[in-house]
Design a protein around this ligand. Sequence first.
Ligand code: NAG
Length: 204
Amino acid sequence: MARFAFAVLVTFAVILVAQASDPELTTDFFVPEGVNKTTLTADYFTSTVLRGGVTVVAPAKIAVKRITSALDSLPSLTGLGVSSALIKYLPGGINPHHTHPRGTEILYLLEGTLTVGLVDTTNKFFTKVLEAGDVFVFPKGLVHYQINLGKKPASAYVAFSSSNPGTVSLPITLFGSGIPDDVHKAAFKVDGYVVDKLQLPFNM
Ligand SMILES: *[C@@H]1O[C@H](CO)[C@@H](O)[C@H](O)[C@H]1NC(C)=O
């Protein structure tokens, strides 16, 4: 009996966790404030921003086009628990160490090869060189990256289990946010010169 009660408890806990990203809608879909629902057309459920793909503008080696529930993107996604992005990586292009606090990410590699890495909460590191057609999942909240170590461009379509998964990019969060140098010196056991070097790309 105790075991049954425990199972029920765990099930409820899992349901709560599963719903933690996007609260459930009590209507068919979200309608922005001030919009008359009867005037909506199929355009409300359409995004055309990926037409023509995504273009990398030098000196960057990576470009991302996101489709989220943001009002200037695809607000009909609000509360539906999904969003997506198209990413292009030139050779050497990196999507640096980051996490998505509100969503799991699933990546489908359209072209090229792509090296992916992730670290779990036990500090175990996982990495893989993906080939076109491969699918890889980055569990919610875990630190991960993608880098094109190949000689040709790579493109990926990614989807998230949240209409607004959020991104915490570690380089800018750590070294471009104003965290005092003394904190970095103590945390990483390095001198101010190293800290300045790490902050430089964000102080220009
Ligand atoms: C919404 O639009 C419909 C059709 O144009 C109109 O009949 C209705 O009065 C509008 N409702 C509001 C609240 O403006």
